[in-house]
Design a protein around this ligand. Structure first.
Ligand code: ADP
Ligand code: ADP
Length: 228
């Protein structure tokens, strides 16, 4: 059974300028533990496909399955990391790292232990009591990662997680993302503008286009495949 499957997913948005068909019959299958990178121009529906995959936005057409079950709402074992990381500035690093654990019925001591373990794993062991504003961009990225890792996720979705960082840092963070993926064994889907990043982090690279909003090419083992 695939970890994640998008089956003919479509998304129609109604905005001030009329209707947009952001996704038009997108198909995507991700095996357990697999890493897939999604490349494509702005506006081709990459973010929309992640919103559907994590259950935050029910698509207007088609279906989404995780472990073969229809996804109807966000699940605890899926994490979504966005470009701005979604940190809470008034909470400390350790509180931010523990955010995803609050909805699980774990004693506070256990939550803090897991948060601390995850923070150490991403190299933030010395910053438990700091606030996000005191961290550099790379450190905030690590914090967002720690928050996901603390939760025993089996699916990690990332929407351009490195695009706010400068080039040098991006390379370092790419290595960290790869190490975490290898160590933890979750499946991941990474949306990026960078071909280099896609090839480095994705076992498979899929390319989307805006018209129609779906996958048009797939690169696996260095071979270009036409998915249709
Ligand atoms: P990408 O992540 O590839 O840049 P998006 O999924 O963000 O693409 O957007 C795909 C298309 O849908 C774009 O044309 C965008 O303007 C439109 N869109 C996205 N979200 C909304 C929304 N909430 N309301 C109206 N239009 C939207
Ligand atoms: P990075 O984003 O990779 O941490 P920086 O150049 O911003 O890169 O920081 C380099 C190192 O300096 C960090 O790994 C951390 O050890 C330290 N550092 C950065 N910001 C702070 C801070 N606000 N307080 C203490 N140490 C910091």
């Amino acid at each position: 059974t695939p970890k994640l499957e998008l089956r003919h997913v479509s998304q129609r948005y109604t905005g001030a300028r009329g209707e947009t068909l952001a996704l038009d019959g997108m198909d995507l299958c991700v095996a357990p533990g697999e890493s897939v990178a999604i490349l494509g121009p702005s506006g081709c529906g990459k973010s929309t496909s992640l919103l559907a995959a994590c259950g935050l936005q029910r698509p207007t057409g088609g279906s989404v399955f995780v472990d073969g079950e229809p996804v109807e709402s966000p699940r605890l074992e899926t994490a979504l990391i966005l470009q701005d990381f979604g940190l809470m500035p008034w909470k400390t690093v350790e509180q931010n790292a523990a955010l995803g654990l609050q909805v699980r019925r774990l004693p506070k001591k256990e939550r803090m232990k897991r948060a601390h373990d995850a923070l150490r794993r991403v190299g933030l062991g010395d910053f438990f009591r700091s606030y996000p504003a005191e961290l550099s961009g790379g450190m905030r990225q690590r914090l967002a990662m720690a928050r996901a890792l603390a939760c025993d996720i089996d699916l990690l979705l990332m929407d351009e997680p490195l695009s706010a960082l400068d080039a040098l840092l991006r390379e370092e963070m790419q290595n960290m993302l790869k190490r975490c993926w290898i160590d933890q064994g979750y499946a991941q889907v990474l949306v990026t503008h960078s071909i280099e990043e896609a090839v480095f982090l994705g076992q498979r690279v899929v390319v989307m286009s805006a018209r129609p909003g779906r996958i048009v090419y797939e690169l696996a083992n260095g071979e270009m495949v036409d998915p249709s």
